[in-house]
Design a protein around this ligand. Structure first.
Ligand code: GLN
Length: 511
């Protein structure tokens, strides 16, 4: 058996049969990271000793005949936005560069309870704001398929590490596409579960009504495995849904008879790359050849999705990020320097007798907030905080925020209507394959438009998955998106598996 060619599901069987130990597996992946991560830059933090200690403890318990968890011995990489007790959690931001959480996120506790081996924390756009991982304060992540291209984002590290065999499984988060878009760009399978399916406790908030953690892996089977381990009601998250978690691993191999697929004309409009279009249409035929029926549907309000998302997400971000003030935790500006500057400014204004400017001078507290936030946040985060604060300000609240909430409801109602007639909606995950690093640095609006096909699922709170469905002429992966009604992850996984049984796109690896 070759570890690196195997899926997580296959590795689990090998572990159970005693053909490989958790420690050996962990060592193999650590060696991969050692060899390849300098070029890829998927990880922000790898703690080999911690991972090996964990793996050895699992092996010892296995030898003693103990009952082990669902992921027993499998290495899992985690986006650096999930709090890990005693282990730095940066969110890709200077603000949290040295933040060591005093507790584990529920997703992390569940991974530990499932006997997974936490192999490292992955790179991301700062506070998950972005779609290329270039907004990380620490480093750029390169697409394993073409090093001059972005892996997507914000979970770029999580997708790139699976694509380049540095971990068999990873956890990302998706607020507007951040699991599905990098999965599409890196040729892996990634799911955004229904809002409320996976606990947000300990997931550092970007936009609380949209954020959701979920799995990235090579196959739908592996996504089923990881989702089963992390899903479930959590009393520590009041928005976590009180529904039971189905055994995804038990059903993922069952094909869906009489599957009704919806094709929305809004997903095939201007801007859709010709090769992506062709690959998705080919994928639809694959489903048809397996007995699925295809129905044209309409999501008439999807044309407002980007505008709606880019009001609501920044509004929530501006509120969530208010906590980074240099007082509670995180980065604080150099106070000595700041106080000295303030004293100098005061002296100069006093000497000039400039009463008006003297009265307007910051208090030392306000100056500390200002400097801390100016220095601790990167440009994109500041842009979002400003957009959000503006849209929430007294004069604009109704015109922007309240209006956006109303449109959000209409987007949800489009889906409710569609899912009366079809089981799943099928379309592209992104309009193009991975773009070049640096290509959109100067153009935030074009960057925002990248999220055209993904943000609606977050606004509506539904579940969606991205599955590899082709390779462009220049050798870049293409992603197929399937969307399902709330809590229908099982259907998504079964459909994705049906597709992967009939195709081999998910088995392709970068050179
Ligand atoms: N690209 C989107 C944004 O920048 C989505 C990010 C995400 O899902 N975290 O907001």
């Amino acid at each position: 058996m070759s570890v690196l060619e195997s899926t997580a599901t296959e590795l689990l069987a090998e572990l159970a049969a005693g053909n490989v130990s958790a420690a050996e597996l962990t060592q193999t992946y650590l060696a991969q990271i050692e060899d390849h991560d300098e070029a890829i830059g998927a990880f922000l933090n790898v703690d080999a000793e911690r991972a090996l200690t964990q793996a050895e403890a699992i092996d010892t318990r296995r030898r003693a005949g103990a009952k082990l968890g669902l992921l027993a011995g499998l290495p899992v990489a985690v986006k650096d936005v999930l709090c890990t007790k005693g282990w730095t959690t940066t969110c890709g931001s200077r603000m949290l560069e040295h933040f060591v959480p005093p507790y584990d996120a529920t997703v992390i506790s569940k991974l530990k309870a499932a006997d997974a081996v936490l192999i490292g924390k992955t790179n991301m756009d700062e506070f998950a704001m972005g779609g290329s991982t270039e907004n990380s304060a620490f480093k750029r992540t390169h697409n394993p398929w073409a090093l001059d291209r972005t892996p997507g984002g914000s979970s770029g590290g999580a997708a790139a590490c699976v694509a380049s065999n540095m971990a068999p499984l990873s956890i990302g988060t998706d607020t507007g596409g951040s699991i599905r878009q990098p999965a599409a760009f890196c040729g892996v399978t990634g799911m955004k579960p229904t809002y409320g399916r996976v606990s947000r406790y300990g997931l550092v908030a970007f936009a609380s009504s949209l954020d959701q953690a979920g799995p990235l892996a090579r196959t739908a089977e592996d996504v089923a495995l990881l989702l089963e381990a992390i899903a479930g009601h959590d009393p520590l998250d009041s928005t976590s849904a009180n529904v039971s978690t189905p055994s995804y691993t038990a059903t993922v191999r069952e094909p869906l008879a009489g599957l009704r697929l919806g094709v929305a004309r809004e997903h095939f409009g201007d801007g859709l790359d010709r090769e992506v279009d062709a690959a998705v249409r080919e994928a639809i035929k694959v489903f048809e050849s397996q007995g699925a029926s295809v129905h044209e549907i309409s999501l008439p309000h999807s044309k407002y999705a980007i505008a709606t998302y880019y009001i609501i997400a920044p509004c929530e971000a501006s509120s969530n990020l208010a906590r980074y003030d240099g007082v509670h935790y995180g980065y604080r500006t150099d106070e000595k320097e700041m106080l000295a500057e303030l004293a100098e400014e005061r002296k100069a204004l006093e000497a000039a007798g400039d009463r008006a400017r003297l009265d307007a001078l910051d208090s030392s507290l306000v100056r500390m907030y200002r400097e801390t936030r100016s220095e601790g946040f990167g440009a994109e985060v500041k842009r979002r905080v400003m957009l959000g604060s503006y849209a929430l300000s007294a004069g604009y609240y109704d015109a922007y925020y309240v209006k956006a909430l109303k449109v959000r409801r209409l987007i949800r109602e489009d889906y409710d209507a569609a899912f009366k007639d079809v089981d799943l909606i099928i379309g592209p995950t992104t309009a193009t394959a991975a773009f070049k690093l640096g290509e959109m640095n100067e153009d935030p609006l074009t960057m925002y438009l990248q999220d055209l096909y993904t943000v609606s699922a977050n606004l509506a709170g539904i579940a969606a998955i991205s599955v590899p469905c082709g390779i462009t002429g220049s050798g870049l992966p293409i992603g197929l998106q399937l969307q399902a009604a709330p809590f229908e992850e099982e259907k998504l996984l079964r459909a994705a598996h049906m597709f992967q049984r009939a195709t081999d796109w998910h088995t392709r690896r970068p050179g």
